[in-house]
Design a protein around this ligand. Structure first.
Ligand SMILES: Nc1ncnc2c1ncn2[C@@H]1O[C@H](COP(=O)(O)OP(=O)(O)OP(=O)(O)O)[C@@H](O)[C@H]1O
Ligand SMILES: [Mg+2]
Length: 392
């Protein structure tokens, strides 16, 4: 089903789909606002909607949104626009169009977009990822280790064989996710940054790395000697895109607070601060909790995980009661110190469970993550749509 008022695009649609015997092409002409009401618009296996100038025409977007609500996932929608702005692109992602193409459209791209749209099972379309973010209170406290392990656990937590899970390494300068998993980082920031609007699902797929376990990873090659920040738009667009294609997204954050940090945290469903069992470590964690409360107000409430915990019976060092006193309600638990296990996993480039199934680090983490989960995954749809906060 093609809805267009543009003779040139109509011609292209006829040339692209008209001759294939296994396809039936239906064209609907006229302005979007009227066509949207037409009963024949339902029932196509793909609906291509040409919104000529979305940027100028707010009504077109409203009509499109109504249309998608009416279809309610019955047929996927591919949108064609004359030109696109960042704002329109985001809106299209929010209202969950399957894909969008910018004119002039090539036949092959139109076919690909339609093929992709129909291949995505209906129940996967209205996806709203649950986002877990790990923030360090100090350097080397184990953020990367815990983020990887959480992603692995979430992937296996679904009711199906494995939940679509993506680990995103936002520590662009010193990221270690790809190294720890022994995979090649494929996110090319140089290519995206000049024109973030080019980042679409096709480009995203090219820039995803896959771990043998099935985990998807977004990580960029390290730039240890470069001190630079990235356009916040690029980061939010990347996360918007990732969160519409995965069930779980786990983010490994850098220590530095960048211009995009606020919006990443606001888009998060579960926020964890990782720290260690030292006085400065606890102090920094406490300061971070306070700072986040001030900056983000009603945003996600951070929970503090104390990593590499050791119960020292005859020592004068810190004890659990000291942590509880220092962190109050923000403290959710400890992860035991198991240096040999973690080091072996890192050196072999495998997750902890592969070194030793049922190890104490994974076990403790599993408890903390499920403890802080408001509702078990999949029990009800996530109606908060937190991830969309990135776009506001
Ligand atoms: N539970 C643990 N028990 C023992 N060692 C651990 C544990 N968690 C992490 N480590 C070790 O701590 C070191 C730092 O871990 P990791 O790289 O995950 O921390 P990070 O916070 O991401 O560091 P960075 O600040 O460099 O990004 C690693 O050598 C790792 O082996
Ligand atoms: Mg790290």
């Amino acid at each position: 089903m093609v809805l267009t008022a543009d003779a040139e695009f109509e011609q292209l649609a006829r040339e692209t789909f008209g001759s294939a015997s296994e396809l039936e092409l239906r064209l609907l002409a006229g302005p979007l606002s009227r066509a949207v009401e037409a009963p024949e618009i339902e029932g196509g296996s793909v609906l291509i909607v040409d919104i000529e100038s979305a940027a100028q025409d707010g009504r077109a977007m409203v009509a499109l949104e109504r249309l998608i609500a009416r279809l309610n996932g019955a047929s996927p929608v591919v949108v064609v626009v004359r030109s696109i702005t960042e704002a329109v692109a985001r809106l299209l992602i929010q209202i969950r169009v399957s894909d969008f193409l910018v004119k002039p459209v090539a036949s092959i791209d139109l076919v690909r977009a339609c093929a992709k749209a129909t291949q995505t099972p209906a129940e996967k379309r209205p996806l709203e990822a649950e986002i877990y973010t790990f923030l360090p209170a100090a350097g080397g406290v184990g953020v990367t280790t815990l983020a990887i392990q959480t992603a692995m656990q979430l992937m296996k937590s679904g009711t199906r064989a494995s939940a679509a899970t993506c680990l995103v390494d936002l520590d662009f300068q010193q990221g270690a996710c790809a190294d720890y998993l022994d995979i090649e980082p494929r996110l090319d920031l140089n290519e995206i940054e000049p024109r973030p609007e080019r980042l679409d699902r096709h480009l995203l797929e090219v820039m995803l790395s896959r771990h043998a376990s099935g985990l998807s990873v977004i990580a960029a090659p390290n730039r240890p000697a470069e001190m630079r920040s990235f356009d916040p738009d690029m980061v939010t667009r990347l996360l918007d895109l990732v969160s519409t294609h995965f069930e779980y997204v786990v983010i490994d954050m850098p220590r530095t607070w960048f211009s995009w940090t606020d919006s990443v945290l606001l888009g998060t469903n579960k926020l964890y601060i990782v720290t260690e069992m030292t006085v400065p470590g606890l102090r920094h964690a406490k300061q971070l909790v306070t700072a986040i409360g001030e900056r983000l107000g009603e945003g996600p409430k951070p929970k503090v995980i104390v990593n590499r915990f050791e119960q020292r019976l005859f020592d004068t060092g810190l004890r659990r009661a000291d942590i509880e006193q220092a962190l109050g309600g923000a403290f959710i638990g400890t992860i035991p110190n198991n240096y040999r296990l973690v080091r072996e996993a890192i050196d072999r480039g495998v997750p902890l469970d592969e070194v030793k199934p049922g190890n104490n680090v994974s076990g403790a983490l599993k408890k903390l993550i499920s403890l802080s989960a408001a509702a078990p995954a999949g029990s009800e749809p996530v109606t908060q749509a937190r991830s969309l906060a990135w776009t506001r």
